[in-house]
Design a protein around this ligand. Structure first.
Ligand SMILES: C=C(O[C@@H]1C=C(C(=O)O)C=C[C@H]1O)C(=O)O
Length: 249
């Protein structure tokens, strides 16, 4: 007897007696065509043909399989979107770090020190406010932003050291007018992605380190910088009712 797996309904051709299906994997198909609409259209076609079918048990099997397949597709889509959120977050973190050579060069040209404690306090304060508004625990976000700032400074110190033997005439982007506003925007994006990921999938997982490590490709970021950032990310969690009450009072 022909066994009809739910996953095989995609791209099936139904006629009076049999269901002919290529053995596609729904996830592969979704990834390759990236077109859920097409898949749904195929289901609709199968349903129309099924309605025309005279065989009631065949009809029932098809409808059951279509329902099951739609359920599986929604699970895969959710999983895929959660994976995308993490990827977008890692890219935003990388983008933040990619500004640091410009920051260092701008500061060197203007005889300013790398570390700016007042600015750091402001960055952390903004992060904590956004995190709380999204229901994320403030202490871990603060710790995570401290890590981002530490790595940002490490890049600047390393680049500035290299400038001693390799001076440049390159003009850096303006720190006040351009880079800092961009860093504020990226900070918002980063917290929003963190909140979206934790709310849909739970806390970050140690298994995500390899993907994270591949995406963070800014020069002067060391392996221990990556570990510092990722370990801080792993600790971020949603606010508990108790801590939400405490932070509001
Ligand atoms: C990026 C800067 O350099 C350092 C890093 C900061 C950060 O990562 O947000 C903030 C202040 C500085 O200590 C800056 O001065 O804006």
């Amino acid at each position: 007897m022909q066994q009809i797996l739910p996953i095989q309904v995609v791209n099936c051709q139904a006629d009076q007696s049999i269901l002919r299906c290529p053995t596609h994997n729904v996830k592969d198909r979704l990834a390759s065509s990236n077109n859920l609409f097409m898949v749904l259209q195929t289901f609709e076609l199968a349903l129309v043909k099924t309605r025309q079918s005279a065989n009631p048990s065949f009809r029932r099997t098809i409808v059951k399989n279509i329902m099951l397949s739609l359920f599986l597709i929604s699970i895969f889509s959710l999983q895929a979107s959660a994976e995308n959120i993490s990827k977008e977050l890692f890219k935003a973190m990388n983008e933040r770090l990619s500004y640091m050579e410009d920051v260092a060069l701008f500061k060197a040209n203007h005889h300013r020190p790398i570390e700016d404690i007042e600015r750091e306090k402001l960055v952390i304060k903004k992060a904590v406010i956004t995190a709380r508004s999204l229901g994320i625990e403030a202490t871990q976000i603060e710790n995570f932003f401290q890590a981002q700032i530490a790595v940002a400074k490490a890049i600047q110190y390393r680049y500035r050291a290299d400038l001693l033997s390799k001076p440049t005439t390159r003009k850096p982007k303006d720190l006040q007018k351009f880079v800092r506003p961009e860093l504020v925007q990226l900070g918002e994006t980063i917290i929003n992605k963190i909140a979206a990921r934790i709310k849909s999938e739970g806390q970050f997982q140690p298994t995500q380190f390899s993907e994270f490590s591949e995406i963070i490709d800014v020069k002067y970021v060391s392996q221990s910088d990556k570990r510092l950032l990722f370990d801080a990310l792993l600790k971020i969690k949603l606010q508990t009712k108790k801590s939400a009450v405490r932070s509001n009072s």
